[in-house]
Design a protein around this ligand. Sequence first.
Ligand SMILES: C[S@@+](CC[C@H](N)C(=O)[O-])C[C@H]1O[C@@H](n2cnc3c(N)ncnc32)[C@H](O)[C@@H]1O
Length: 230
Amino acid sequence: MTINWTDDKDTFGRMFVLTQNKLFSQLCNAVDNEGADLSDALSWGQLKSKRWLVSELEKLNLDLGIIFLCAGWYATLAPMLFESSCIIDKIRSFDIDPLCERVAETINKEKVKNNWQFKAATVDIHNLIYENFKYETHRYDGSKLQLTDSANTIINTSCEHIQNFDVWYNKIPSGKIVILQTNNYFEIEDHINCSNNLREFRIQTPMTTLLYEGELVLDKYTRYMRIGIK
Ligand SMILES: C[S@@+](CC[C@H](N)C(=O)[O-])C[C@H]1O[C@@H](n2cnc3c(N)ncnc32)[C@H](O)[C@@H]1O
């Protein structure tokens, strides 16, 4: 067995040796080989918000089918969903930042290798189509790959980041499962679509059937979540 990690600060590498859980080696590779800075993605606020999402979804016991993870960033939500009791066919993560694709795939490497149960692509979510969406992604060797997917479920935990949010939301066909989070953390420059409270978020995200809504008070901000059928 060859272990190349020499950095004593490399907690993920050492956790992999301790547990043999592949998620740790994938996180380690994302940092060491893909230059990912996971400090924000794995902050308490982000992790608690995503654990809250997964816990509420598990209670609903829905068949989520194919998930489009919109503005999916490093797709740290994907391993949490795959490890949960949620019923999932595939996850597709779309982010406008080209650096995210490779990092997200590295963090979800085992699911990429498993018949592309996970894939990431560089896409402006305003350009998404939810039925037979044809998009370009890449194989591990960097060669281009065309995929076509249809979404059953749309998750966006980055609603506070989305310009022209209403235009994006209006394009989602009715009948889709939608799982949305935003927050009231107005102080961050990139947060151009925060909500002051759950009522404001409700007005922005009309649903025909509401399955869950709530708020999670965190140290620096409050996160709002709505789950339902569009
Ligand atoms: C900082 S991250 C996510 C924070 C969020 N609270 C979460 O954990 O999901 C916000 C992401 O939204 C992405 N983003 C913003 N606008 C987008 C768009 N129009 N299409 C795709 N991705 C977008 C950014 O590139 C970034 O990766």
